[in-house]
Write a protein that binds this ligand. Structure first.
Ligand SMILES: [Fe+2]
Ligand SMILES: [Fe+2]
Length: 283
């Protein structure tokens, strides 16, 4: 079932507009960056990295490079065409202002990491392109049925990614990689803020009705590509000497979003928060 069947479960359009305006106001063109001019590529040197750090760069390049798959999820679940009723279209069209900007930024992340690999002597461009295509062609889906779930999922994933990039930057032996990761982490932090804003608006406008859908996201959470990438778990273990790629670290931020959104916790919200806390590895 698509979420087109649940138009009443969507956020009122003014709420979407508020979140999108906030995101775009926090993302002025003057503060944007590009792969071509933001870094001193001539100084990039993978010889300054440990084996684990190089492996981590390969891993995150694959994850970021899957953008077409992630972007497509929005088109499928928030269509901007004649398959939806006019009011759903208006909602989806407003959301689209976020989605295209977000996608441009994520695509830039993929290019920056691939460029780093090439400039630092980790990979030859043609070989890397061929290698990325193997995972790139695999399907990606978030088979959710309530719209809030896409934002709750992305909230956790963007925050986990931001934290991982910060950990990796802090230990990176190559300052050029450090600079790349700083830029990426800052973008992920803004993406997280948008998702947090949207999830907060869902909680304020729909209350207890979104509690079970959010709980469902936490209960079945997997980082992107965890179920499809060859050797994902072996790889995640291998790069753990750098920093754990652990989404449960992001759960405390989800709890904060819930607490900010609701003045007084209902029993169901209270139960949700207890459940999320239990899912955190580090108590
Ligand atoms: Fe990214
Ligand atoms: Fe992001």
């Amino acid at each position: 079932m698509g979420i087109t069947d649940t138009a009443c479960a969507l956020l009122p359009v003014d709420e979407v507009v508020g979140a999108v305006d906030g995101f775009l106001a926090a993302s002025p063109a003057a503060r944007a960056w590009d792969v071509e001019t933001a870094f001193e590529w001539g100084r990039a040197d993978a010889g300054l990295l440990t084996e684990g750090q190089r492996s981590a760069v390969q891993f995150i390049t694959l994850i970021e490079d899957h953008l077409p798959g992630y972007f497509d999820v929005y088109h499928r679940y928030f269509p901007v065409d004649d398959t939806v009723d006019p009011s759903t279209f208006v909602h989806n069209r407003e959301l689209y202002h976020f989605t295209v900007r977000w996608a441009l930024e994520e695509d830039t992340h993929a290019r920056a990491l691939a460029r780093y690999q090439e400039a630092a002597g980790m990979a030859e461009r043609g070989a890397l392109r061929t290698e990325l295509a193997v995972e790139g062609q695999r399907p990606f889906d978030l088979p959710y049925d309530h719209p809030v779930q896409f934002f709750a999922y992305a909230l956790v994933q963007e925050k986990a990614t931001q934290m991982y990039y910060q950990h990796l930057r802090d230990v990176s032996g190559d300052p050029v990689l450090g600079a790349v990761l700083s830029h990426l982490a800052r973008d992920e932090a803004r993406h997280f803020s948008f998702m947090a804003d949207v999830v907060g608006r869902y909680l304020r406008t729909h209350g207890d009705a979104v509690v079970d859908p959010i709980r469902d996201v936490v209960a079945h959470f997997r980082m992107p590509l965890a179920d499809t990438m060859r050797g994902y778990w072996r790889w995640a273990l291998k790069i753990a000497d750098v920093a754990d790629y652990d989404h449960t670290e992001a759960y405390e931020h989800l709890v904060k979003v819930i607490d900010r959104a609701v003045d007084t916790r209902t029993d169901r919200v209270d139960e949700l928060v207890r459940f999320i806390d239990q899912c955190r590895k580090v108590a």
